[in-house]
Design a protein around this ligand. Structure first.
Ligand SMILES: Cc1cc2nc3c(=O)[nH]c(=O)nc-3n(C[C@H](O)[C@H](O)[C@H](O)COP(=O)(O)O)c2cc1C
Length: 314
């Protein structure tokens, strides 16, 4: 099984990605950038540029993700990324947020299948780039995927990453694994599964549902909750207290170098704890305090209390 880190805007940028790669990278085959926006005159700009700079991603197998419904913009951005040495680019057809999908991008693009088909025709006809696609299964009805997979099958998609929820489900409820299994064998392109993988049991169910034929899984929140998840899914040891502490210290130190104020760093670390904290259901009180605390010192103290339950060495 190949494992990928999911793109998560605001979280899995190059600082988190490098820390994950250095501390828990064994077994992680690919990393995806959070979506890059398309510009009129430049290929990649601002914060996005920092994220994809080869110097910020040394030794990391990184796939940049592009969010657009404009074929020329996609090709312009892909060209700039190819100049940096990237061998694959990913198209975002999954983002459910109103500001994105409301403008017909991300999962909003799935609503206009004719336009989507034309767009895919243009970017694949160009022929210069290896393009993978990360998609939801529809806008309102999971069965929309029947038509969508028919469109995807017309193009040589490097890998079709399927998150089996529709746009309006955002990240709530359970993914429609039944729909994923139903269409898994009808894909002419290699398929990767994404959505709610948190444990070995989740992986077992997925392997069984696909008759052992699934080749790749992309994981987001599961890794934020337990950065050693891919190691444990592959039979390795469980996360220890010292490991998570040095991982969090590394992220804090890199953020301090990158950001202008401690307040910003604190916000970022709290965002991370919003996911990591789900792994400590017995520490609700401390987690609440951590999410409200006002300094990095306070955060560190609360962090030690929360992690106090963990084994030092596993
Ligand atoms: C805060 C947040 C930001 C995300 N940003 C992106 C993004 O930039 N591009 C993308 O394709 N998906 C994005 N996603 C979706 C994730 O990549 C993934 O599909 C989703 O979290 C489901 O997988 P999981 O259950 O393993 O987390 C984001 C999700 C969250 C919660």
């Amino acid at each position: 099984m190949r494992y990928y880190l999911a793109p998560m805007e605001g979280i899995t940028g190059y600082i988190f990605r490098n820390a994950l790669h250095d501390h828990f990278g064994e077994g992680i085959d690919k990393y995806y950038t959070p979506f890059l926006v398309v510009h009129e005159k430049i290929a990649v700009g601002g914060r996005d540029l920092k994220d994809v700079l080869p110097a910020h991603n040394v030794g990391i197998n990184l796939v940049p993700q592009i969010l657009t419904n404009d074929a020329d913009g996609f090709l312009r951005t892909a060209e700039g990324l190819a100049e940096f040495g990237y061998k694959e680019v990913n198209l975002n057809l999954g983002c459910p947020s109103k500001t994105v999908a409301g403008k017909g991008r991300g999962s909003g693009f799935l609503a206009d299948t004719e336009k989507l088909d034309d767009f895919l025709y243009r970017i694949f006809e160009d022929g210069r780039f290896n393009i993978s696609v990360k998609t939801r299964i529809g806008v309102t009805d999971p069965e929309e995927f029947g038509e969508l997979i028919g469109i995807f099958n017309k193009y040589p998609i490097r890998e079709l990453i399927i998150h089996p929820r529709v746009r309006y489900e955002y990240y709530k409820g359970k993914p429609h694994r039944d729909i994923f299994y139903k269409y898994f064998d009808t894909s002419a392109n290699p398929v990767c599964y994404n959505g709610d993988i948190f444990s070995k049991e989740d992986m077992e169910e997925l392997k069984e549902g696909t008759g052992g034929r699934l080749g790749a899984v992309m994981i987001g929140r599961g890794i934020l909750m337990d950065p050693s998840l891919i190691r444990t899914l592959s039979g390795g040891k469980a996360l220890s207290r010292s490991e998570i502490m040095s991982f969090l210290d590394r992220i804090r130190d890199d953020l301090l170098r990158e950001m202008s104020s401690e307040k910003q760093v604190l916000m970022k670390l709290k965002e991370l704890w919003g996911y990591l904290g789900n792994g400590f259901p017995g520490r609700k009180k401390e987690l609440k305090q951590l999410l409200k605390c006002g300094s990095l010192n306070e955060l560190k103290m609360l962090q030690m209390q929360i992690l106090g339950d963990m084994k030092e060495v596993s």
